[in-house]
Design a binder for this molecule. Sequence first.
Ligand code: SPD
Length: 344
Amino acid sequence: MRSMKPLFFLLCSWLTTAFAADETLVVYNWSEYLPKQVINQFTKETGITVKYSTYDSNEAMYAKVKTLNGKGYDLVVPSTYYVDRMRREGLLQKIDKTRLSNLGNLNPRLLNQPYDPNNDYSIPYLWGTTGIAINTKTVDPQKVTAWADLWDPGYKKKLLLLNDMREVLGMGLKVLGYSVNSTNEDQLRAAYEKLTRILPNVRVFNAESPKSLYLSGEVPLGMDWNGDANLANQENPKIQYIYPKEGVSMWLDSMVIPSGAEHLEAAHKFIDFVLRPEIAKIITEKVGYTSPNLAAIELLPEKVRNNRIAYPTEEDLKNAEFQIDVGKALPIYEKYWQQLKTGK
Ligand code: SPD
């Protein structure tokens, strides 16, 4: 009788391929934050199909993950202050770091911080700053050196403000000399009142793709995230990024696995893939934000590494503040944000 062995092995390999081809990873990330090239390369290498959707604020992401009780997504990318909140609320699961062979590439200064001691729940993805973008074709750069300058009545209906509660209220606080993480109700009310006086200058709130509006010429100045401004500047060097003298806000977005995630193997594979120097290099170059991956930074051409929009100097970060969770003060932020946006 002929041996059944070859047939058996053929069947096994067919089954393996069939299951691998069925494997999926459901990613929920910020808009314009992950190049398609990276997703394609991951799928090509692993056979894992990536289902990808995006959000434009931590609040929108949090509401969705909370409503779904941590189910539905395998990988999400909140800012640190939401990592803190979500892990305390049981919405995240621990990451198995023994499965991450590339963890050592990360800047140790960005690890083991109070929002997630020991990085049990979060792995840094990108970080950045929030400053001012201006189109120097129509706006005199000498006149815009501070957040306070955006209140100039000469900029009526000209500004873009980020559609991001913490960024806008943070700017209001900062311009009054308070912390962007203030939890003081009087300071928050004062910031709100100050912000009501910038509204005549506001043309649009946008966090999806501010650069499109700067590039099309629809808005000549306003707030921006550094990576977004960086890409705008690469396309049109007249669009510049300014570090306002009151100080920028700083943030770090991290990869986390929600508590109800189903594709754990795929999620860990993806995190480790992103941590590879050559992949992290593609991400920082293509999306314009700052990489926490030291091995990737070493691979960057000098021109990119010395680009102050993505890689700020110490001087640029003078007076900068890192956004942290505001705990019980969050409803106060929400109340003033709602009032500012709707007038109610
Ligand atoms: N389009 C990507 C934007 C990423 C911004 N992340 C952090 C915001 C913190 N308020």
